[in-house]
Design a protein around this ligand. Structure first.
Ligand code: HEM
Length: 515
């Protein structure tokens, strides 16, 4: 009886709060404060959905960087949210073996079941070692560099030139997502089909399927487990879309796998020194005497890894590039400084010229201010905004918070870069200078303060390639084009696995006169 009246009181208060929000168009309070009977903090979550990231940032700042989000009773949605570098260092490094992705993470990411992303313990260690060897392989590095350059020349430049000539507006975020999709597809599968970045901007079935899977995985994170499982069972809503997308991906990937297997068969014994090698080929050729836990004979193993590598490389770099060009438009002095550095260090190239005027390996590392501006972008807008882990055994974090075995911990990467206690009073300002020393060199920043690429033993394996790709694109655009942001847009992050711009990034483009 008592609990029924508690529910009644909760519902009445929530209705009043919602009414207040709609009548006065502003929230009663700015961040999660109240855990309601039965419903936990879900009403607050609902009221602040339109500014969820900033609400969590404010709450973290007011609670010494860690707080417990309470979900509804029995929904299994309680989670400890932290942005505390001491906790993060403990979880991702000093007590790494106790913090795993966990069984619920694997359920949520079931489309990636056999991939490195979902592995823990010994299986993760073996697979990470194998993937690291493949990514560091000279053949893959060569393929990545030549693919990025050719996609700039044959994909990006013609599209930017076309937009400039037509004088129309384009969504630069969409352009970058297409660019990184096409680039990743070649370096991961060895296939250059379909090409999503062209003047026609075609809708590509596999890119759409990929988006549906990512969207579905995100909703599984925020819905009660029983609800999405039920939706999956009866095949409705986003779960239905995910199943259909999985089938598209199975079909497309089977084509890539058989093409690579054919190619390997054809080239057997012909050439032992590999000029360039995509990651799918490296997976098929995996030495199972060395990596006994891996199963390259199994097509599902290959398919899940292709999908996970696309996930790792596509939206991450596209997101960082989008926020980078927006921040430059807001900070023209930074843009001028980057252009001056490029002009000083790189020989001038004209847009899309046949041979690059610089050697990426030799010259790009010298662009320290550009490097700093990219890091500063990802500090404020980390492409992967959060990371989820689960303790194997109950533990106490350096902040004093107790965490039970199998509970959920959310490392809120988005907040880490915004905390005044971590980055100083100017934390919200875009200042690439904070990454450079007085002599202009790159300053060392502890990985647990700058988490965009994760930290500790599970740090991103594609960081070097991602930085090269972003620098090549940035140089090409800054040397040859002026980007003008279209008026009347709102710039805010969406809520997804990746930090995209919710409404896109519409710009007009002018070609710069070469001096
Ligand atoms: C700006 C671009 C990128 C950012 C911000 C980024 C960020 C991250 C983050 C935060 C993680 C940890 C994910 C987790 O454990 O849940 C991660 C892992 C990983 N990343 Fe990246 N990434 C980027 C580009 C790339 C690229 C281009 C590749 C591939 C060539 C790549 C390959 C990987 C792999 C294989 C892992 C899994 C490591 C492991 O679980 O041991 N990443 N990345």
């Amino acid at each position: 009886m008592a609990s029924i009246s508690l529910i009644g009181v909760s519902i009445t208060i929530i209705c009043l709060l919602i009414l207040h929000r709609f009548l006065f168009k502003k929230p009663l309070y700015r961040f999660f404060r109240i855990s309601w009977p039965v419903l936990g903090m879900v009403p607050d979550l609902f009221l602040m959905l339109h500014r969820i990231y900033d609400s969590i940032v404010e709450r973290l700042e007011s609670t010494e960087l860690t707080f417990l989000f309470k979900g509804p009773w029995f929904a299994g949605m309680d989670m400890l949210i932290t942005a505390d570098p001491a906790n993060i260092h403990y979880i991702l490094n000093s007590n790494f073996s106790n913090f795993v992705k966990g069984s619920e993470f694997i359920e949520v990411f079931d489309a990636f079941e056999c991939a490195l992303l979902t592995k823990d313990s010994v299986a993760w260690k073996t697979q990470r070692k194998a993937t690291q060897v493949m990514i560091n392989h000279q053949g893959f590095q060569r393929l990545s560099m030549s693919t990025i350059r050719s996609k700039v020349k044959d994909g990006l430049v013609p599209v930017l030139n076309h937009i400039a000539e037509e004088g129309t507006t384009v969504d630069l975020q969409d352009v970058f997502r297409r660019f990184t999709f096409d680039t990743s597809l070649v370096t991961i599968t060895g296939c250059d089909d379909p090409r999503s970045l062209s003047i026609e901007m075609p809708e590509v079935e596999s890119a759409k399927a990929f988006d549906d899977i990512v969207e579905g995985v995100f909703y599984r994170h925020v819905k009660p487990r029983l609800l999405w499982k039920l939706q999956k069972l009866i095949g409705v809503g986003i779960e239905k879309k995910m199943t259909e997308a999985g089938a598209v991906f199975d079909r497309v990937c089977a084509k890539y796998v058989s093409a690579r297997k054919e190619e390997i068969k054809r080239s057997q014994g012909i050439n032992s020194s590999v000029e360039s090698e995509d990651l799918l080929t490296s997976h098929i050729k995996l030495d199972t005497t060395k990596y006994q836990l891996l199963d390259p004979i199994n097509d599902k193993f290959l398919r899940d890894n292709v999908l996970a590598l696309l996930l790792a490389g596509r939206d991450t770099t596209a997101s960082a590039l989008t926020w980078f060009f927006w921040l430059l438009s807001e900070n023209p002095n930074v843009m001028t400084k980057i252009r001056q550095e490029i002009d000083k260090i790189l020989p001038r190239s004209s847009s899309g010229q046949e041979k690059p005027s610089y050697d990426p390996m030799e010259h790009l590392n010298k662009l320290v201010y550009l490097h700093a501006a990219l890091c500063e972008t990802m500090r404020l807008y980390p492409p992967v905004p959060l990371e989820r882990v689960s303790p194997l055994e109950s533990d106490v974090l350096p902040s004093g918070h107790k965490v039970e075995a199998n509970s959920k911990i959310l490392i809120f990467i988005y907040a880490v870069g915004k905390m005044r206690t971590i980055w100083g009073e100017d934390a919200l300002e875009f200042k690439p200078e904070r990454w450079n020393s007085e002599t202009g060199e790159l300053r060392h920043v502890p990985a647990f303060k700058f988490l965009a690429f994760n930290a500790g033993p599970r740090v991103c394996l594609g960081k070097h390639i991602a930085m090269m790709l972003m620098k090549i694109v940035a140089v090409e655009i800054l040397q040859n084009y002026d980007i003008k942001v279209a008026k009347g847009q709102k710039f805010e992050p969406n809520t997804s696995l990746f930090l995209r711009m919710k409404h896109g990034f519409k710009v007009t483009i002018n070609k710069r006169c070469s001096s």
